[in-house]
Design a binder for this molecule. Structure first.
Ligand code: SF4
Ligand code: SF4
Length: 62
């Protein structure tokens, strides 16, 4: 199982990460990305982390 988290202090709000999530659990509030769904539904695909320029997203296998 994977858990995704976004550090809003680091996120620059580029919104590169939200569209590509196959689990549709990443949202954008106009300023920051955030985990909008169940973080444990993350599939661990790393699509979000691979496009994030600020390393604000962490995906942890538990
Ligand atoms: S690792 Fe994949 S499934 Fe998990 S939040 Fe990122 S894009 Fe979505
Ligand atoms: S890609 Fe990274 S910096 Fe850009 S909105 Fe997503 S978490 Fe924030």
């Amino acid at each position: 199982m994977f858990i995704v988290a976004i550090d809003e202090e680091i996120c620059t709000g580029c919104n590169e990460c939200t569209e590509g999530c196959p689990a549709r659990i990443l949202g954008f509030n106009g300023e920051k990305a955030f985990v909008s769904g169940d973080p444990t539904e993350c599939m661990g695909c790393e699509a979000c982390t691979s496009v994030c320029p600020s390393e604000a997203i962490s995906v942890t296998e538990v």
